[in-house]
Design a binder for this molecule. Structure first.
Ligand code: RIB
Length: 291
């Protein structure tokens, strides 16, 4: 069943740095790599590479034709990616240090100018049981979630970048919530409540090299999934890869634990690569990888 992803589309500029710059510090990068990214795009590409039918809902500026073309090349349906005249395509400045850790500066551009009409047109094609996926890099998430719920879609949300105001409005409408460890901490700090116990929701908390935990508040199951032993060179986009793979697997009817196991493999492979959407592994690579 199709996955509709209201998601960001960015030009990613990767700067390799000996360490993440401190306030006031000027630092020379040792290399520059450009590619396709955006949390939304990365999740669309991951889900498509995991064999799901993915329709991306988003926007680029006049400078973003290449991004739309590349999404299509990677197997994502781009009929609902609009080109806007007045706003440039979003971009990200990504610094990656020698341990593979990153710091990201975002310019949202067209990602914050997606109209309700464009979202409504896309979701008008959806059927009950399809999935709406979102992250926090576009505007109009609440409108999309309300529309999806009125159509009986499953709503999945990756609360990244974390903003409690965005999550607060969406939470009652969300079925599956993805958080990393930092975001889970931010949620707890802002609400005084653990995301683990959100009634009626399935919550997945990813913790990088510490693995991930499923809190299934429908079945009552809590289960930890260990990470796989890899040496990371760049962790950027690994969480997005995990989310896209997990949802694609659920969409194929796999039970949640198996979906998370597959997503764990995909994310493990992803951290051994430099880049984002362009280097997300395909299903065959993920299934055949030895760890
Ligand atoms: O999660 C990684 C992504 O965050 C990058 O692709 C960048 O564009 C930002 O959206």
């Amino acid at each position: 069943m199709p996955i509709y992803n209201l998601g960001s589309i960015n030009a990613d500029h990767f700067y390799r740095v000996p360490h993440l710059p401190r306030p006031g510090e000027t630092l020379a990068a040792t290399s520059l790599l450009r590619g396709l990214g955006g949390k939304g795009t990365n999740m669309s590409v991951a889900a498509a590479r995991a064999a799901a039918q993915v329709l991306h809902i988003g926007a680029v500026g006049r400078d973003g034709g290449w991004a739309r073309d590349r999404l299509l090349e990677y197997g994502v349906d781009t009929r609902h990616v609009v080109t806007l005249d007045a706003t440039p395509t979003g971009h990200a400045v990504i610094q990656v240090d020698d341990h593979g850790e990153n710091a990201i500066l975002l310019f949202p551009g067209a990602n914050h100018a997606i109209s309700e009409a464009a979202i409504g047109t896309a979701l008008a094609e959806a059927s009950p049981g399809d999935t709406l996926l979102m992250q926090n890099e576009t505007n109009n998430q609440l409108f999309a979630a309300r529309t999806a719920r009125s159509l009986d879609l499953t709503v999945a949300y990756a609360a990244a970048p974390f903003e409690i105001t965005a999550l607060h409005g969406l939470l009652p409408l969300v079925d599956i919530l993805f958080l990393n460890a930092v975001e889970a901490g931010q949620f707890e700090q802002a609400t005084g409540q653990s995301p683990a116990g959100l009634p009626g929701k399935r919550v997945i908390v990813t913790r990088g090299s510490q693995g991930s935990t499923l809190f299934d508040n429908i079945t009552g199951e809590t289960r930890h999934f260990p990470a796989l032993p890899v040496t990371p060179v760049d962790t950027t986009g690994a969480g997005d890869t995990f989310t896209g793979y997990a949802l694609a697997a659920l969409d194929r009817g796999l039970p949640m634990p198996q979906a998370i196991a597959l997503a764990t493999r995909a994310a493990a492979l992803m951290v051994t690569r430099h880049g984002t959407a362009d280097v997300i592994p395909d299903l065959k690579e993920v299934q055949e990888a030895r760890f």
